[in-house]
Ligand binder design. Structure first.
Ligand SMILES: CC(C)(COP(=O)(O)OP(=O)(O)OC[C@H]1O[C@@H](n2cnc3c(N)ncnc32)[C@H](O)[C@@H]1OP(=O)(O)O)[C@@H](O)C(=O)NCCC(=O)NCCS
Length: 189
């Protein structure tokens, strides 16, 4: 593809990489979520639940989304019952994110289900294709603060991910994993 000549060229290439339907959907989602994203605490849970009930592929019950949690590609995100997520976490649903029941997610967690390709040395990474890789978070998972979950990972039932970890491999059920890259330190069983 090569390096764009200027910022306008960059913008046009970027826009052309989306279908019209996708662009409209993402704009709609961006504005609708922006309005209520930072509403404070308990009263803010209600509009956020209603919005994500509409935007998510599936949302099984009332959820507790703290202020300033960011979701994109909501139509590819599905979520079970009693979902709790703390402030400033970021979910990129391009490859699909499936969240089970009773999942607890700490603050500043990054869950991104797409991987930029980077093999073309002439083209900026932002303009190379994104490979979608679904992330699955099974029932009862607890993800601590400041964690990164890599694309394509499955966090099996009951996994605990320690604060500050980077999870690069799928986990065993009821394991406790910590560190960079995250390694199992114990089992909850
Ligand atoms: C993973 C966690 C649940 C483990 O708690 P625990 O069962 O009490 O484990 P311990 O504190 O006994 O730690 C066991 C070992 O793992 C290490 N460890 C614990 N958490 C770690 C982490 N996040 N990163 C790296 N190492 C960690 C400890 O240093 C200890 O190592 P050692 O045996 O060499 O001394 C906890 O440390 C954690 O990270 N909780 C998340 C807290 C959080 O983010 N809260 C806000 C979000 S809701």
């Amino acid at each position: 593809m090569g390096t764009p000549k200027n910022s306008l060229d960059y913008l046009l290439i970027k826009i052309k990489s989306y279908s019209l339907l996708e662009l409209i959907r993402l704009e709609f989602e961006a504005y609708l979520t922006w309005v209520f994203r930072s509403f404070p605490s308990f009263s803010g849970y209600i509009p956020r639940f209603l919005i994500y009930k509409i935007l998510f592929k599936k949302l099984d019950s009332f959820c507790f989304i703290q202020p300033n949690v960011y979701f994109s590609y909501c139509h590819k995100i599905s979520c079970g019952k009693n979902f709790v997520v703390n402030s400033n976490s970021y979910f990129h649903g391009i490859g699909g994110i499936e969240i089970g029941d009773s999942v607890l997610i700490g603050p500043n967690v990054v869950i991104s289900s797409g991987m930029h390709q980077y093999s073309d040395l002439e083209t900026p990474v932002t303009l190379q294709k994104i490979t979608p890789k679904k992330i699955i978070i099974e029932d009862g998972v607890w993800i601590g603060a400041n964690v990164v979950i890599m694309p394509g990972i499955r966090l099996s039932k009951g996994t605990v991910v320690g604060a500050g970890s980077v999870v690069t491999k799928s986990t065993e059920a009821y394991s406790v994993v910590v560190g960079i890259p995250a390694k199992k330190i114990k089992s909850r069983l």
